[in-house]
Design a binder for this molecule. Structure first.
Ligand SMILES: Cc1ncc(COP(=O)(O)O)c(C=O)c1O
Length: 376
């Protein structure tokens, strides 16, 4: 087959199945799709502080952290994060995707087994694909299924359990207390991806703290700085030994240029706000509850678990796209989420609530949904 034909044929298939993806600049629409839960991506305090400090910051890092790209600001950011997450140490990485891919592939060998929730994020799946370990998928948040699998799978190597803290598309919270119990019982290491939990639950510290648990040597906490932190990059927090190992072994930390000091400065400033302004997360938790309950009353098929991620299930990608398009005409942006991001038959609108939304924005959105319901 000719290369051009290959590309064309595949794009035609995407279009036919309503799975074609287009990137768009969102302008003059109220964004209910962003992961900027705490409204920090445009924070004025951080912008002001950045302007005051920009003269002392390099715009780029110039090299990997292992050559000459490791800066004081990254060191300070790592210190801040390890104190915040109550761990001995921390490594900051280019992105959440790179953190998961690098972490899982650096840790695991062919003797090991990775137990992974079926709804884990793509970056975890890709990390597992890159690893030589055996993979065992357990049913979403099903602790009986996981325990049976842990019981019946033997290895001389290490067992890892890996889970999203808050699931990115579902918005539900992983039962970290049960997962930790199972990790202890079956001598496994628990890897928690707090991409969506950081800044949102557990007083902002993430899903482990949400369950009143404390870090231990068998827990690895990973998270991104790109969602509630409103910046870019990611972190892995854990024991000093773990971080030393990753510094020496993790390819997505070694063979890549370090984050810009400007970006790390933004992360650090926003993290301070995240810690000092708890009313931001209290507000979004209340507002999302209000939105979810009212959407349910309007008769929509809603999945809501007390986090700022609300799913409105449309089942088909076609219907999801239609909703997105009508909402756009009414001044709102809500992205249609379709396979392979979610399983077949589970297309949806993923609605996210931010500190930047007012109660009036939410009421206007509810009015728009009420109109949609009547018009379809
Ligand atoms: C659960 C989860 N893990 C990891 C990532 C990747 O993080 P980043 O966007 O920083 O690459 C995401 C982002 O979409 C996510 O939802």
């Amino acid at each position: 087959m000719k290369f051009v034909n290959f590309l064309q044929k595949n794009l035609e298939i995407f279009e036919k199945k309503h799975l074609y993806r287009r990137r768009k600049v969102i302008k003059n629409l109220i964004d209910f799709s962003s992961n900027d839960y705490l409204g920090l991506k445009n924070n004025e305090k951080t912008k002001k502080s950045l302007c005051e400090n920009i003269k002392n910051l390099s715009l780029g890092s110039g090299a990997s952290t292992h050559i000459s790209g490791y800066t004081e600001v990254q060191e300070n950011l790592e210190k801040f994060l390890s104190e915040f997450k109550e761990t001995e140490s921390c490594i900051v990485i280019g992105s959440g995707y790179m953190a998961n891919v690098g972490l899982i592939s650096a840790l695991t060998t062919e003797k090991d087994i990775i137990f992974s929730d079926e709804l884990n994020h793509a970056s975890i799946i890709d990390g597992i694909r890159l690893s030589k370990a055996k993979k065992v998928i357990y049913k979403h948040c099903d602790m009986n299924d996981l325990e049976n699998k842990l019981k019946n799978t033997h290895t001389e190597g290490i067992k890892y359990i890996v889970t999203d803290g808050i699931f990115s598309m579902e918005g539900d919270i992983a039962p970290i207390n049960h997962l930790y119990e199972l990790a202890e019982r079956y001598d496994a290491v628990l890897i928690i991806d707090d991409a969506h939990a950081t800044g949102v639950i557990g007083e902002g510290k993430g899903s482990l703290f949400h369950f009143g648990l404390k870090p231990s040597d068998r827990i690895i906490q990973m998270g991104t700085l790109s969602k509630a932190v409103g910046s870019y990059g990611a972190y892995i927090c854990g024991s000093r030994l773990l971080i030393e190992y990753l510094v020496n072994k993790m390819r997505t930390a070694i063979f890549t240029t370090a984050l810009s000091p400007v970006q790390n400065f933004i992360s650090l400033e926003n993290l301070k706000i995240l810690v000092n302004e708890p009313h931001r997360r209290e507000y979004i938790i209340k507002l999302s509850k209000y939105l979810a309950e009212n959407l349910k009353s309007l008769g929509f098929d809603i999945k809501y678990y007390g986090t700022p991620i609300i799913s409105l299930i449309t089942k088909t990608p076609e219907k999801a796209l239609k909703y997105t398009s009508i909402l756009k005409q009414k001044g709102f942006f809500i992205q249609a989420i379709r396979p392979p991001t979610v399983p077949e038959g589970e297309s949806r609108l993923r609605i996210t609530v931010s500190y930047n939304h007012s109660k009036i924005d939410v009421d206007n959105l509810l009015t728009a949904f009420n109109d949609i319901k009547g018009s379809l």
